[in-house]
Design a protein around this ligand. Structure first.
Ligand SMILES: *Cc1c(COP(=O)(O)O)cnc(C)c1O
Length: 803
């Protein structure tokens, strides 16, 4: 597309869609019109990709995830299509602010955090590596709540992201399917002496797919993210007469559950899970029928991935279709199902392991219940005599009156993976050890990754351009080529240029901070960043305790040498998670206290930015000097913000948890600040039960002063919250060992401050972090999934088009 063609197209679309002239358009109209042009640009490739897969009978993978967190898509699509520079310069020449146009787009925030963001990174990488892989999920009418602070408290507002339409989605009426709930199932004998399930009194809902193109980077691949929305089918209209009844149905895909790990609104949540699973599996089987292949070979063409346990019903739903609709035997159906399914475990935290009450599943999903019961019965029968009874009882799916979804996933799939080396090892040795005894060959590791296209190329253009200038552009397609930057870590000119790029980004963030919070920050201070969901195990409170310590040090000794620092937080707390909300309030009150204290004299600033989401992450990350990754060892399965920040040249302050371990191995001990309890030490405390927070408190006056600040009025306006925090640490013995890790944490922070003054040393560390970050590209992660788990191969649509 030439510049002239683009302007012509833009002019026409603004006229047709808005009945106005281009000259009078606002960023809103421009965004929609450009979005339409971009969609039209890839429409042909999208159709072509689907057609190719169909004609080639391509083996494809389907990534089932109850969350996707893509963020905005205009800039990433423009970049993938190679149109970004042309469109940007043209829009600016026409007299508009391109940034403003980009900012019109609502974030697509159909996820809570890391898990949903990972799913979106994977889709981007699948398309960019020309791999035939698709997403399957829920089209929530409301995304993750918008966060505001009122008097320092988190307030949640609905995110009506679809209010002004969604240019990227296509509603596919003709591909709707029916999903059935409730009723009862009885077994009816057939003529050939078998039993066939017959359902009666079911509620039938219609699932409508909305497809979004996932555009590959500089290739002709456009894969599909299919999200399902609920409707009342016409045939059933009569049954839902009252407004309440209709609302019950429509609520099914209305909201994303804002709970990071604990469940709530349980029945709607279970219904959501079955809804998108059943619709997705039916749609896959319907597609497979078009290939005109026998059902007994479906596992050669289909790989289904279960992202955490929320889509676990994929297993019994596939069984249902094979048994009830294709009349396959149990053994045959089971063999096919297990060979198609694979599962990723995301957490070892006990309270986050999904379980459903037997009665709820039996009543609302009766056929699923029957099949799960039979899977469980056969599991026990087949293993009895081969393994100790207690091991069988610990691993079975139905225990007491609960269904254990992780157990279902492991038993019903051929692959279970963790998301970082440490996490996968813990699964084998501790958390899922019983299953590892049964199925050692099923366990494997796939360390998470991020897409460098969004998190470096798109978010940090100053750095990306500088990398181009230094080592050429090949890293944009092959991120490990960034390693060539290692040749420049003694090159002063390059180091200074990198420092200037960072400075430029810090300036831009400082502007944003001033605009949104009225706080002025010094761009030459250390920008110390902790951005992630607010959770006790992530230990934002440890960060806050260190801030308080610095504050007291300066108050006692105002003339001391102090390297200026800006602490930047971004975090949402689940609305029902009162402890996390108390910490938000406490951070905001400490910020207020410090930011206005004349003795501090701007040497410390604490900034808590509202409404952390993908777009805000893209603003913060390029400007970070320091990346706080300080979860208690064993608690963060992998983390991915650690990878994003590293590739943007931030230095990590890290516990030996999740992928931090691999980051340290990549950059070397001297380019990361590690501290804190190790995995072994944490488990030793658990075994021996001899941790005493009180004993640590009693012996350390600094810790006393910091903790007392929460309850003695030093931090204003947090009577209730301060007491809750104080009690969690002393009365309830500090579940996440903050007091134990506090002193070593403060020590590495002091070292870091000193190192920051040595500009050459710091800049070299920063460059090395970027240089070594290529291995954390999700391009490689999905390639390993493709090779080891899904057995899918790239399809070069470029070449096929040329031929
Ligand atoms: C990357 C990302 C996360 C995950 O952060 P962690 O620190 O790995 O938990 C959460 N939310 C958003 C918006 C992200 O971009």
């Amino acid at each position: 597309m030439t510049r002239e063609e683009f302007i012509e197209d833009l002019r026409n679309r603004v006229r047709e869609s808005f009945a106005m002239e281009l000259e009078t358009a606002t960023p809103n109209e421009l965004f929609v019109a450009i979005g339409q042009i971009v969609r039209a640009c890839y429409a042909k490739s999208w159709h072509n990709t689907r057609q190719r897969y169909l004609v080639n009978k391509q083996r494809q993978s389907y990534y089932f995830s109850i969350e996707f967190l893509p963020g905005r898509m205009l800039k990433s699509n423009l970049m993938s299509l190679g149109l970004l520079d042309m469109v940007r310069s043209t829009v600016e020449e026409l007299g508009f602010e391109f940034e403003e146009v980009l900012n019109v787009e609502n974030d697509m925030a159909l996820g809570n955090g890391g898990l949903g963001r990972l799913a979106s990174c994977f889709l981007d990488c699948l398309a960019s590596r020309e791999l035939p892989g698709n997403g399957n999920g829920i089209r929530y009418d409301y995304g993750l709540f918008k966060q505001q602070f009122v008097d320092g408290y988190q307030v949640e507002l609905p995110d009506a992201w679809l209010k002004s339409g969604n240019v990227w989605e296509v509603r596919r009426e003709s591909e709707a399917v029916e999903v059935r709930f409730g009723g009862n199932v009885y077994m009816q004998p057939t003529k050939d002496g078998k039993l066939k399930p017959v359902a009666e009194n079911e509620r039938i809902l219609r699932a409508i797919p909305y497809d979004t193109g996932v555009v590959g980077y500089h290739n002709d691949t456009v894969n599909t993210l299919r999200l399902w929305s609920v409707e009342v089918p016409e045939s059933e209209e009569g049954k839902y007469r009252s407004i309440e009844e209709r609302r019950m149905v429509e609520d099914l895909t209305a909201v994303l559950y804002p709970d990071d790990s604990n469940e709530q609104g349980r029945l709607t949540r279970l219904s959501q899970e079955y809804f998108f699973v059943s619709a997705g599996i039916q749609s896959i089987v319907r597609y497979y029928k078009k290939l005109k292949m026998p059902i007994s070979r479906i596992n050669e063409y289909v790989a289904i991935h279960i992202n955490d346990t929320h889509p676990a019903l994929c297993i019994p739903e596939m069984m249902r279709i094979l048994l009830d609709e294709f009349d396959l035997s149990w053994e045959k159906s089971w063999g096919l199902t297990v060979s198609m399914m694979s599962y990723t475990n995301h957490t070892i935290m006990q309270e986050a392991l999904e379980k459903w009450p037997l009665q709820m599943v039996k009543y609302h999903l009766p056929r699923m219940f029957q099949i799960i019961e039979e899977i469980d019965r056969r599991f026990v029968t087949n293993l009895t005599g081969l393994y100790p009874d207690d091991l069988i009882q610990r691993t079975r799916i139905i225990q007491g009156d609960q269904i254990h979804m992780a157990n279902l996933c492991i038993i019903g799939s051929h692959s279970t993976n963790g998301v970082a080396k440490l996490h996968s090892d813990l699964l084998k040795s501790v958390v899922l050890h019983d299953f590892y005894v049964l199925y050692p060959e099923r366990f494997n590791n796939k360390t998470n990754g991020i897409t460098q296209r969004r998190w470096l190329q798109q978010a940090n253009e100053p750095l990306a351009n500088l990398i181009d200038k230094t080592i050429g552009t090949s890293w944009r397609k092959e991120p490990t080529d960034m390693e060539r930057l290692m040749n420049y870590c003694e090159d002063n000119e390059v180091l200074v240029a990198f420092e200037q790029a960072k400075q430029q980004n810090k300036l831009a963030l400082a502007k944003y901070i001033e605009k949104t919070t009225n706080i002025k920050v010094q761009p030459n201070a250390i920008f110390d960043v902790q951005i992630k969901r607010l959770h006790a195990y992530k230990r934002q409170l440890l960060n806050l305790m260190h801030i308080l310590k610095c504050y007291f040090d300066l108050k006692d000794n105002p003339e001391m040498d102090f390297v200026p620092r800006v602490w930047i937080f971004g975090a949402k707390a689940a609305p029902s998670y009162t402890y996390a909300k108390a910490i938000i309030k406490a951070i905001n009150e400490v910020a207020n206290l410090i930011n206005h204290d004349p003795i501090i004299n701007d040497r410390m600033k604490v900034v808590f930015l509202e409404n952390y989401n993908v777009s805000l992450a893209e603003r913060i990350i390029p400007a970070a000097d320091v990346s706080e990754q300080i979860s208690l060892a064993t608690k963060e399965a992998s983390g991915t913000s650690n990878m994003k920040l590293m590739s943007n040249g931030a230095i990590t302050v890290a516990t030996m948890d999740g992928a931090n371990v691999e980051i340290r191995a990549a950059v070397g001990d001297e380019n990361i600040y590690t501290f804190g309890l190790t995995e072994e030490e944490v488990y030793r405390y658990y075994e021996q039960g001899n941790y005493s927070a009180q004993a640590i408190y009693d012996q350390d006056p600094v810790i006393q002063r910091v903790l007392n600040a929460f309850v003695d009025g030093t931090i204003p306006n947090i009577q209730r919250e301060g007491q809750e925090i104080f009690d969690s640490l002393l009365r309830y013995n500090d579940e996440f060992f903050l007091l134990k890790d506090f002193v070593p944490y403060c020590q590495v922070q002091a070292k870091l401050s000193q190192d920051y003054l040595n500009r050459e040393k710091w800049q070299k560390m920063s460059l090395i972090n970027t240089a070594k970050s290529g291995i954390f590209s999700a391009d490689y992660t999905v390639q390993r999934y493709a090779d080891d788990i899904w057995q899918i191969a790239p399809v070069d649509l470029h070449k096929e088009k040329r031929n």
